[in-house]
Ligand binder design. Sequence first.
Ligand code: GLV
Ligand code: MN
Ligand code: MN
Ligand code: MN
Length: 422
Amino acid sequence: MGPMADDFERMWADLAPIGRSSTSGGYFRQPFLGAETELRAWFVEQAIARGLVVEADGVGNVVAWWDTASPGAAASGAASSGAGGAVLTGSHLDSVLDGGAYDGPLGVVSALAAVDLLRSRGVVPLRRIGVSVFAEEEGSRFGLACLGSRLATGGLSWSDAQELRDRDGVFLADALASVDLPGGAGWPGGGVLDLSGVGTFVELHVEQGRDLVDRGAAVGVASEIWPHGRYRFDVTGEANHAGTTRMEDRADPMLTFAMTALAANKQARLSGSRATFGRVEVEPNGTNAVPSRVTAWLDARCASDAELADLVGAVTRQGTERAGRDGTALVVTAESVSASVAFDASLATAVAADHAGGDWPVIPTQAGHDAGILSAAGIPTAMLFVRNPTGVSHSPAESATVPDCLVGVSALADTLERLAGR
Ligand code: GLV
Ligand code: MN
Ligand code: MN
Ligand code: MN
């Protein structure tokens, strides 16, 4: 299928085995552990092989710059930054637990392939183009999505980040200290990326729903990200014997949780929103004991900030009522809330119109992305989505075809060429 296809497929074949479960076929690429560290090292190798200049920080973020200091741009005498600042493009390499192959890596591989394509076309960028990898986008280890981009944009302070711990109790700082980061030292020695010279960010991503399949389009452009949040529901009751404790004598937090989960589902259906309890911890987690405690995390997403507040308020109220009847106690803590993001509309329109066959559809998304964090930090941002035939994501069934991925690469290259000047 030509050099672009070979380039893309070679990179894809490199990544495919890393962090893949032999039983489910899904990916386990939690940040600062083996597979994700291997992917970051692979990315740095790819950057060096292309003569890109690697900038890495102390929290696992990396940018590979194509600029005057790199052979490709230096030979053509491009200025290192023009009016409007650098153009950054990329995504993330971490995955959810048992995730798909494309969520994250597709944007990184496509960004490298787009740089290769521009070079093969003899394009001379007037602005620096950087390929970025942001750390812990999924929040699969430390619970906070877009950790790397939040730290780099100042959306999260280091003192708040220092409180973060993984499920085994490992603090973020200790995880960073124990991993081999390309920049050398973990935080605070390694610092954090400085994005002040970035004028535009473009993230290409596999689509995570069915919109593009239904519309018959290989590629789409994001208009907005729904507001979303993660809320911890702690329900405490009383541990007791599963056989000898009469049903009416129990204070069973599992019941409170179960009714709360049903209430969340009903509330989301009624309001056209999304509510998911995807993670639950039970103590002591024994078959023959009434639990003493259930901790569950609600992921809620709505079309507007007000609807999100209403949804979580309604679920909390119903859970609290139920706790009163169960003799348990419910405490709800908002662990992170991301407000709605409207992407730069003129940029989205321009990206959507930037191809020969007509306009790409411009669609909202209910998934969170580093692009949302950079946009909220005031950086004009666009997202390109590549069709996902199964419409399934955050699962091994996530998919994309090579021809669609190549359309994505060329759409991204066209966008970068226009944004970075020729
Ligand atoms: C991250 O992918 C999210 O939207 O949860
Ligand atoms: Mn993603
Ligand atoms: Mn994801
Ligand atoms: Mn995401």
